[in-house]
Design a protein around this ligand. Structure first.
Ligand code: TGC
Ligand code: FAD
Length: 392
């Protein structure tokens, strides 16, 4: 990839809405991405491999469980800090943000919110540094948008349970040390449990052939009569609201993250438009190209405001799941639209790995699908405003 000259767009001076601490955290994450992610990410995406050497650094910049309290080894930051870190990571690559999102919102959050004190002390400090890595198993081959139908189940066997079933499309699965798994008990009630690598009958085959999120490792979780101690079951939650609560946190982070990818595409296209000469002048001087850039910065600015406001509400514990759905859907739509337009602005160069745009564009095809598809989030908003359920 060409040198990383990224300059973050801030058209409405939104930095003035951030505290000094927010800016410090954001700038540290930005500098870390420039140093540790930008130089290597194209190579890892091309070879479809997650760069595991960045795990330690992710822990050091506070990207694992940013809002988990210090008493459990987390950085104890607020929700805007969490959002800003996700924005910077996804500016580098959606796959890097994915790894941090899963670790933070889908593994550390449920252990923190629903786990026993013993579970929290056992796992959270090591997850915060990256000494342990986790994954989250909700989706199954036949139940994606409709996780309530899941088949994965466990049966009581004294001091442990016997877990059977399979999860697919699981980020971080191929290298995770632990998996937060959602499964039904004998009464058909969903519970969460921590399954550890090495438990007999638990395997994590890797998913190959992805054209998207290539620098993130994806796999299956297969449970063949796995003996899981009862001490690994979360005592404080049951039902689908358990996994859906984790998704609220992850979707919030994605709202900021996808904007990071959009900002990188805009910045790249803006710089290119001033340097690339056709018909005797920079292409940025043509009205058609200015229309694209003007629309990009307008959409980025609106989405930045939406995310910031959502962060304020989340800090006050007032953000609703439907508000989070709106922001996730909007940010990803804005980002994928900008990536497609920005790619065209670079002409043939836009399809090469010299620039990050095509990689962002392909990554965003996953981001618009996972954590609830574009359609599912629209239906959540529709249900919220009408009071009528269009899912079933
Ligand atoms: P429904 O009957 O509406 O609700 C069941 C129970 O859950 C409660 N609930 C929520 N609780 C917390 N947060 C939310 N967002 C919630 N939404 C619903 C609800 O109040 C109810 O509670 P209770 O006490 O009455 O039982 O459920 P439904 O079966 O009709 O489904 C609703 C629907 C379609 C919105 C939901 O299933 C959904 O969001 N589907 C999308 C699935 C999804 O997003 N999967 C993501 C998998 S993980 C992933 O993609 C990780 S990618 C990681 C990365 O790399 O970044
Ligand atoms: P389906 O649910 O089969 O949907 C297919 C199409 O039908 C979609 O367009 C959808 O919008 C539409 N549709 C479905 N229901 C309705 C309806 N009621 N009305 C209108 N349209 C509808 N899952 C995890 O649990 N953990 C992970 O870590 C994880 N990581 C992922 C990483 C990647 C790279 C990808 C691609 C996915 C990941 N997922 C993960 C799974 C992801 O959450 C699912 O792919 C997603 O929820 C959609 O499920 P599905 O693929 O089965 O699509």
């Amino acid at each position: 990839m060409a040198t990383d000259n990224y300059q973050a767009p801030d058209y409405y001076l939104l930095d003035e809405l951030l505290s000094d601490e927010h800016k410090l955290i954001r700038d540290s994450a930005r500098a870390w991405v420039k140093k540790e992610v930008s130089p290597i990410i194209e190579e890892y995406a091309q070879k479809a491999e997650f760069p595991r050497q960045i795990i330690k650094g992710l822990g050091e910049i506070g990207a694992f469980g940013p809002y988990i309290p210090t008493e459990y080894g987390g950085p104890g930051l607020d929700q805007i800090s969490y959002g800003l870190i996700m924005q910077e990571l996804e500016r580098g690559d959606s796959g890097v943000r994915s790894t941090a999102s899963v670790q933070s919102s889908l593994v550390m959050y449920p252990i923190y919110a629903f786990g026993s004190e013993e579970q929290k002390h056992k796992y959270l400090p090591k997850l915060a540094t990256g000494e342990l890595m986790g994954c989250f198993g909700l989706t199954e081959p036949d139940f994606g948008s409709n996780p309530a139908g899941m088949i994965t189940n466990f049966k009581d066997a004294g001091d442990h349970v016997i877990l059977n079933g399979a999860k697919m499309w699981i980020s971080n699965a191929p290298f995770a040390d632990i998996a937060v798994v959602w499964a039904k008990n004998e009464e058909g009630i969903i519970h969460g449990l921590v399954v550890e690598r090495g438990m007999e009958g638990f395997t994590t085959p890797e998913t190959h052939g992805k054209w998207s999120l290539r620098a993130s490792a994806t796999g299956e979780l297969v449970f063949d009569n796995v003996k899981v101690p009862k001490a690994n079951i979360f005592p404080n939650v049951k039902g689908l609201k358990g996994p859906l609560s984790c998704l609220n946190s992850a979707r919030y982070g994605i709202s900021w993250g996808a904007l990071g990818a959009a900002m990188d595409c805009y910045d790249t296209a803006l710089r290119y438009s001033k340097e690339r000469i056709q018909f005797g002048k920079p292409i940025g001087g043509f009205q058609l190209q200015q229309k694209k850039l003007a629309e990009m910065i307008s959409e980025i600015t609106k989405a930045q405001l939406l995310c910031w406001r959502l962060g304020v509400l989340k800090n006050e514990n007032r953000a609703t799941p439907a508000q989070i759905s709106m922001a996730k859907r909007n940010s990803v739509h804005v980002a994928i639209t900008i990536a497609r337009e920005a790619r065209q602005m670079l002409g043939g160069m836009g399809i090469t790995g010299e620039y990050p745009i095509m990689r962002h564009m392909m990554n965003l095809e996953s981001v618009i699908t996972y954590e609830g598809t574009h359609d599912i989030h629209l239906l959540i908003t529709g249900m919220d405003v009408t009071g009528l359920n269009a899912f079933n």
